[in-house]
Design a protein around this ligand. Structure first.
Ligand code: PMP
Length: 420
């Protein structure tokens, strides 16, 4: 049985009742759509429950207004809701308060914020930035390019044959030159769970900061930034039942306080003269211009939705489906599954079927209504290391079932027969 009532959860997501297979020029179900959807692309983006959709429409129907500046009632209502959303997100990850929660567009923007606002100012030729071989491009490309601009050295902690991080190598690479350790918490390709608390200790022992990419962890397991002692932690609303266009950068208050702003403009200033400006308090110092107001408020509704289920239960469900999918895929002699064993990974499996290119595979299973991802999943260097140009990836969320994994397996058998 499942850790919670999956059918009741599914009822909150009308999109899951959709049929697919028809013309894609017009979005939404059309007359030619005749195959029930089986959505297994949650690591790319998750679906949005009614409660969150309603929060968005309540905002636009009832109290749409710009935040912070207004004296009028609608603006005050929007401001209170938007600011409170920061508190909800702070509680969700164990931050001490809204000062530590900057709303951004997504994980990518959170990475860039720190890389530009801190990295560009603080890094130099004597410094090193340590990442892992399984970083998403969001951190890999960002730090790589900031390192080029500043002369800092980039180092990558090895990922072993099984998909685990080589912690001896981490201990070798993180040294007194290291200023930043930027690591993915749950790999979106291998499903590996990184020992972030241990890496945080290593970083801090050498006076470095640690940035944790939580894009795949915050949606799928309990996160406590203080327990892991992360200096920065980033995640995206759209992978956890929230809308697109909203993400979070958590930063320790003392560090954010020291950092210069990333974007300049309205809303982030306190006093401006023709000669100079001073900055608003945290977190607004880092939220220049009109923010994503509806999305921010709806993000908090998504957090409430997940907390009602309970993050321990969400994690248990993810692990159950990942293990089941792993075991079912292991039945095939001609399937390679990447990453750690089925009982020790986040809720996703990337794999290749020997005879079929991942893109073809994904398009054939699409004929069965099964939505999976094919490509490098924004981890090109890791795919180079794996010796695969691309892989197929199934990723699970709270509304997925074992029967849907079975549908994937049936579709794979269909694909294999087609190419045999
Ligand atoms: N890091 C990881 C591990 C991810 O899986 C993703 C999304 N694929 C990102 C970063 C980037 O997230 P976003 O596209 O929302 O910025």
């Amino acid at each position: 049985s499942y850790p919670f009532d999956v059918e009741a959860i599914r009822a909150d997501f009308p999109i899951l009742d959709r049929k697919v297979g028809g013309d894609v020029e017009t979005p939404g179900e059309g007359p030619e759509d005749d195959t029930p959807l089986c959505y297994l692309d949650n690591a790319a983006t998750s679906h949005t429950p009614e409660q969150v959709v309603e929060t968005i429409s309540d905002y636009y129907r009832g109290y749409n207004a710009n935040v912070h500046r207004g004296i009028h009632q609608l603006s005050q209502e929007a401001s209170v809701a938007y600011e409170k959303a920061h508190d909800t997100v702070a509680d969700f990850i164990g931050a001490s308060g809204r000062e530590e929660i900057v709303f951004t567009k997504n994980t990518t923007e959170s990475e860039n914020l720190v890389a530009y606002a801190w990295g560009l100012n603080e890094l130099g030729p004597d410094d090193s930035v340590v990442m892992t071989e399984m970083e998403h491009h969001a951190s890999l490309v960002t730090w790589q390019q900031i390192a080029k601009k500043t002369g800092a050295e980039v180092r990558y902690i090895r990922v072993d044959e099984q998909g685990y991080l080589d912690m001896d190598h981490a201990a070798e690479l993180i040294d007194d030159s290291t200023a930043m350790v930027s690591v993915v918490h749950v790999s979106n390709t291998l499903g590996t769970v990184t020992p972030v608390a241990e890496l945080a200790d290593m970083a801090h022992d050498h006076g470095a900061y640690i940035f944790v990419d939580g894009a795949q962890s915050a949606p799928t397991r309990p996160v406590d930034v203080q327990e892991m002692d992360a200096d920065f932690f980033a995640f995206s609303g759209h992978k956890m039942c929230g809308p697109t266009g909203i993400g979070t950068l958590y930063g320790k208050e003392a560090i954010l306080e020291e950092m210069s702003p990333y974007l300049y403009g309205g809303d982030m200033i306190r006093r401006v003269t023709y000669d100079d400006s001073t900055w608003e308090d945290l977190p607004w110092k880092f939220e220049a211009g009109t923010p994503s107001i509806a999305q921010g408020i709806a993000f908090a509704a998504a957090v409430d939705y997940l907390e009602d289920i309970g993050m321990d239960a969400v994690q248990a469900h993810e692990e159950l489906l990942a293990e089941y999918a792993y075991d079912r895929l292991a039945e095939f002699d001609d399937v390679t599954v990447y990453g750690p064993p089925g009982d020790d990974r986040g809720g996703l499996v990337a794999f290749n079927l020997d005879s079929v290119h991942a893109h073809d595979l994904s398009s054939i299973v699409n004929e069965y209504g099964v939505a999976i991802r094919a490509g490098d999943h924004c981890t090109q260097p890791l795919h180079d290391k794996l010796g695969a140009a691309a892989s197929a990836r199934a990723s699970f969320y709270i509304y997925n079932t074992r029967e849907e994994v079975d549908r994937l397996i049936d579709a794979l058998e269909g694909a294999r027969d087609l190419f045999a």
